[in-house]
Design a protein. Structure first.
Length: 214
């Protein structure tokens, strides 16, 4: 048993050193990843019809999942700059009561992102970064009042995102990451007869992922 424990301890001590030696020039070059995590959509809805105006807000959480490709370039020993593009889906859906029995529902669809990031290599296997760029989100909305003003529609909304995260190089080619992203979309406006609807949408995501550098 003592010999077994010593062997396990030796492996645990040697593993970080092996990862350190295998990383080489980390956090540079072409990369691809998959990620998934927490998704929260907050919507503020302003609705008007023949009975008046109502303002409601609410949020709903779900799961986001997707992938990202990018390229990073080293600037000196500690800094990197890079560009990336991503595609995501989500299970998130938010429903808000706006009048009596009236209901407006907003479901998050696919999301496309593209942006740039700046990284700081704290140690050889750990990179912290900030990022920002363009977002395009698919939002599907339904409005139900039990009458002629019911409607269902989908729209692609432009917006921007900001975020920060950390990557850990497991080997020279494989990395893990944890990422936070805030997204602000343009207003979602719609009019149908006497009913109008304006929705302001924000999004918060915390995801974990694994990637490969080529």
């Amino acid at each position: 048993m003592k010999k077994y424990l010593l062997t396990v301890a030796a492996v645990l001590v040697a593993t970080p050193a092996f990862a350190q030696d295998d990383t080489g020039s980390t956090f540079t070059g072409v990369r691809g990843e998959v990620h998934a995590g927490y998704d929260n959509v907050h919507a503020k809805v302003i609705a008007n019809d023949s009975t008046g105006t109502a303002v409601e807000s609410g949020s709903k959480s779900g799961v986001s999942y997707g992938g990202e490709v990018g390229y990073d370039l080293a600037i000196g020993q500690k800094l990197t700059i890079g560009a990336y593009a991503g595609l995501e889906g989500a299970s998130t859906k938010d429903c808000t009561e706006v009048f009596g029995g009236d209901e407006a529902c907003l479901k998050a669809g696919r999301s496309i992102t593209a942006g740039a990031r700046l990284g700081f290599k704290l140690t050889e296997p750990v990179l912290f970064y900030i990022k920002g760029g363009y977002s395009n989100g698919r939002l599907d909305e339904t409005y139900t009042d039990g009458g002629t003003n019911d409607f269902r529609l989908g729209r692609n909304l432009d917006g921007f995102h900001l975020g920060a995260g950390a990557e850990v190089a497991v080997t020279k080619h494989v990395y893990g990451k944890l990422d936070y992203t805030f997204t602000q979309y343009d207003n979602f406006d719609y009019a149908d007869g006497t009913a109008t609807l304006s929705t302001n949408v924000q999004r918060n995501q915390v995801t974990a992922g694994v990637g490969f550098r080529f």
